[in-house]
Design a protein around this ligand. Structure first.
Ligand SMILES: Cc1cc2nc3c(=O)[nH]c(=O)nc-3n(C[C@H](O)[C@H](O)[C@H](O)COP(=O)(O)O)c2cc1C
Length: 387
């Protein structure tokens, strides 16, 4: 695996390694999206429809990939976004991924449904991490999570607004994904075809956080340790009555940086600005929520426009797989990108080393793209690089 990681020449190569390393249902849990996965594919395809206009005879000897995001200097404009239960991909989970992020000089986001608790991730990272929240109906619980994030030294909270209810992810429904994992008619064929893969994975699951949700253990309302109980409990926390009043409330509870994640309409961007958000993240949850939602790269210019002249920073996620994707997002108004699946694939393919490889590939590709487009500093990229 170590050699294969070293020779993986793209994020797609790392994805292929991941698909051979973990059971199909675990790979699909990360790889899949809602319904027909139209939005997920469109996120990636949108980058292929944008073309660059390279300039010649520019001295590009000294390239600088660094940017400042929410007051933090990042070595590259790629942040690891929040994803639930990374511990299913590898026992190192968020701890391993956060170490890789810090080594690459960038930020890591701990999701509320992370496998490892935010305090453990922050300690391992040795650099402040970001924390993601949902606007759950139980503000007592959300308030406890905010206090936990503060105690862990988090600098930035992300409030995800695109999940009033959970999208229908057909690969999970068809593939026998359950917590705790069980062998069912839906996944029996995969078990039979790949017994060693399953044996290794179940052993790994026992050596890591397993199916635990580190941030939610021990909270008053959480059911005691049955994983089935925890998963069902988690799903009923999503709040169909969420509203901008929840943003107002969170803004009053949290003095640190606040990013609103899941903004797909310029009016929502304006609303976030009015309520004191420091950033908006153009995101459709990687296509895992509303299938048919527009690709994020197509939405980005209208959101950036709506916030032009304000201090609110614009970030983007969804389908970022190449250094040139990052370059295109910066050119269309983003200050940085987040990645979801790519770091999970790295984790599945090789733990911390796999995540490091993904970040290395994106860094190398972006460095190359900046040189070839004739704009050596990431912070200087603007629409001038576009065709
Ligand atoms: C397995 C998985 C779990 C996720 N869990 C969360 C979550 O708990 N909270 C959240 O805000 N976003 C979550 N996301 C969405 C990501 O933060 C991000 O928006 C998306 O993955 C970006 O698209 P990409 O995977 O194409 O890079 C999850 C994504 C995946 C793939």
């Amino acid at each position: 695996v170590i050699d294969r990681l070293a020779t993986a020449a793209s994020v797609a190569d790392v994805r292929a390694l991941a698909s051979r390393r973990v059971p199909r249902m675990v790979f699909d849990f990360a790889d899949g999206a809602a319904e027909d996965e139209v939005t997920m594919r469109a996120n990636a395809a949108a980058f292929d429809r944008v073309f660059l206009a390279p300039r010649g005879m520019v001295d590009v000897t000294a390239r600088d990939l660094s940017v400042t995001v929410l007051g933090e200097r990042l070595a590259m404009p790629v942040v690891l976004g929040p994803t639930g239960m990374a511990g299913l991909q590898h026992p190192g989970g968020e701890v391993a991924a956060a170490r890789a992020a810090v080594a690459a000089g960038t930020a890591f986001t701990v999701a509320t449904p992370a496998s490892h608790a935010v305090g453990d991730v922050a300690r391992a990272a040795g650099r402040p991490v970001w924390f993601q929240l949902y606007a759950w109906g139980d503000r007592g619980l959300t308030g406890e999570l905010v206090r936990t994030a503060r105690a862990a030294g988090c600098t930035t909270l992300l409030l995800t607004i695109d999940t009033p209810v959970v999208g229908r992810r057909l690969r999970d429904l068809r593939g026998g994904m359950s917590l705790p994992p069980r062998i069912t008619p839906a996944n029996a064929r995969d078990v039979a075809l790949h017994p060693f893969r399953w044996a290794r994975w179940t052993a790994q699951l026992r050596s890591g956080p397993g199916v635990q949700l580190g941030n939610l253990r021990g909270l008053d309302a959480a059911p005691a340790d049955s994983a089935v109980g925890v998963a069902a409990w988690l799903n009923q926390l999503f709040n169909p009555a969420q509203s901008w009043a929840d943003v107002e409330w969170l803004r009053s509870e949290w003095g640190g940086k606040l990013a609103i994640k899941g903004v797909m309409h310029p009016s929502d961007a304006v609303r976030a600005r009015e309520l004191g958000a420091d950033a908006v993240i153009v995101s459709n949850h990687g296509g895992r929520q509303l299938d048919g939602a527009a690709p994020t790269l197509d939405v980005l210019p209208s959101v950036a426009d709506a916030l032009a002249g304000s201090e609110v920073e614009v970030l983007l996620d969804g389908g970022v797989r190449r250094g040139t994707d990052v370059l295109k997002a910066l050119a269309l108004g983003a200050r940085a990108c987040l990645i979801g699946r790519p770091w999970l694939w790295g984790l599945a393919a090789g733990g911390e080393r796999g995540v490091t490889r993904v970040l290395e590939l994106l860094r190398e590709e972006l460095d190359l793209a900046l040189a070839l487009v004739g704009c050596p500093r990431a912070a200087d990229v603007d629409a001038g690089v576009l065709h």
